[in-house]
Design a protein around this ligand. Structure first.
Ligand SMILES: [Zn+2]
Length: 433
């Protein structure tokens, strides 16, 4: 492990996605807690900064490697078939549990520190009042502040009902009203405002009419993840009056670099501002992009954006390979990618944890831990299900939390409970025979 570190280590430096140059005066800091829980922390950052189109091959690769290792272990230790199947199922549940941790546990990621005259703004984020989000307004507020944003827009899907849920003392200082509205052209746009508005007024309109109406009401309209649809050309959008473009989105990172360069060139030639956004939906708390501009926080942010300022899109990221080779050897690639980017102190923590885990596995306590771990997980999932029930009980029932998250948490709770009971019966049978 130490050798790989010495050979490959070359930490990421922050750069501006627009001119691809390193930025000076900007850096990221990690929360103190990271050094104490490095293995889980680094895994969460890796998982949350994957391209969306990588999820499937990455998860398949991890599962195949995991199952192969468990089968090998079972063969080598000449286990009975039932015990081997139990182990395979147990390890798959461990992996899925880890994935659910990545998505739901509030572990703050890197925070951007910047020179004083700069503002970091996130123009695209959702809360629980969007059907596909899992976090309420106060958590959105915390998540943005943790990551070093000074100000952000609340842009729910097709309505403006999320904004009222934010505490008054933060309104028009940290959080501004907005909306991500579907147009009749089968795309959506971000409407950003300096005052509260009634979102339903913008329903069932063409893109052209939404832009006109928003402009008449003193709002600006930004094109989110254009590469999700490829509908209308950049020039057509500019002619319709669009006020700027996203060029990076943490929810949809798969924008080809050649098309991105084209869009960047178009924006520069036409004086249109560019944005990198979190498109935050409450799944995980780590972003790797910040849009910064020279500005004044005591002054309305929407009006500052309306003047089409020059922005920097600061990225904490290295381009990731999308090759088949990478996905076949994904767990090894993960380690290589980690070792390449990590700072020494965190790597020392990682090695220390590896040693601790090794010592636990070979110690006599391990059986004890293995037996009670499923019970602890069952309890943890039941508490998490209650937590989510509490945050959604007063919200519209047509949300992903009600339809998927709570049922999934209950299922995890029950499966871990069954694994615990099975383990118990295995053992008592062993003692009898
Ligand atoms: Zn969105």
């Amino acid at each position: 492990m130490v050798v790989t570190y010495i050979i490959f280590n070359n930490p990421i430096s922050l750069y501006d996605l627009i001119d691809q140059k390193k930025v000076s005066g900007f850096y990221v800091v990690w929360p103190q807690i990271r050094i104490f829980v490095e293995p889980i922390y680094s895994f969460i950052f890796y998982a949350l900064t994957l391209n969306r189109n990588f999820y499937k091959p990455v998860i398949i690769s991890w599962i195949l490697w995991l199952v192969s290792v468990v089968i090998m272990y079972s063969l080598l230790s000449k286990q009975a078939v039932t015990k081997a199947l139990y182990n395979i199922f147990y390890s798959l549940m461990l992996f899925l549990t880890l994935i659910s941790f990545v998505a739901l546990v509030p572990v703050p990621g890197p925070k951007l520190i910047k020179p004083q005259n700069y503002i970091a703004v996130d123009i695209h984020s959702h809360t629980l009042t969007s059907h596909d989000n899992v976090a309420p307004a106060d958590i959105s507020l915390k998540a943005h502040i943790w990551q070093g944003y000074d100000v952000f827009f609340n842009t729910e899907h097709n309505h403006s009902n999320g904004y009222v849920k934010f505490p008054n003392e933060f309104k028009y200082k940290v959080v501004y009203p907005g909306m991500q509205m579907q147009t009749k052209d089968k795309i959506s746009v971000l409407i950003l405002s300096s005052k509260e508005f009634y979102g339903a007024d913008y329903k069932n309109l063409s893109l052209e009419d939404i832009i006109k109406k928003a402009h008449n009401n003193g709002m600006i309209v930004i094109m989110p993840h254009w590469w999700k649809w490829h509908i209308k050309t950049f020039s057509e959008l500019k002619d319709l009056g669009i006020d700027g473009f996203e060029i990076y989105n943490c929810g949809y990172r798969n924008f080809s670099s050649s098309q991105r360069s084209e869009l960047i060139k178009f924006c520069i030639d036409n004086g249109l501002p560019m944005f990198g956004v979190t498109d935050w939906h409450g799944w995980g708390y780590m972003a790797d992009v910040w849009t910064v501009l020279e500005g004044d926080l005591s002054y309305n942010i929407e009006e500052q954006l309306a003047k089409r300022p020059k922005t920097k899109i600061i990225l904490y990221r290295q381009e990731q390979s999308g090759s088949v080779f990478r996905f076949v050897f994904e767990p090894f690639y993960t380690f290589y990618y980690y070792v390449k980017n990590v700072e020494l102190k965190y790597f020392v923590s990682f090695i220390t944890w590896t040693l601790i885990i090794f010592l636990i596995v070979v110690s006599k306590f391990f059986n004890y831990i293995k037996n009670y771990f499923p019970l602890v997980m069952a309890l943890l999932y039941s508490f998490t299900a209650i937590y989510f029930y509490n945050i959604v009980k007063n919200v519209d029932s047509n949300t992903i939390v009600v339809k998927s998250v709570i049922p999934a948490l209950i299922a995890f709770c029950l499966i871990w409970f069954v694994l615990w009971r099975l383990n118990d019966t295995n053992k008592s049978q062993k003692y009898k025979s």
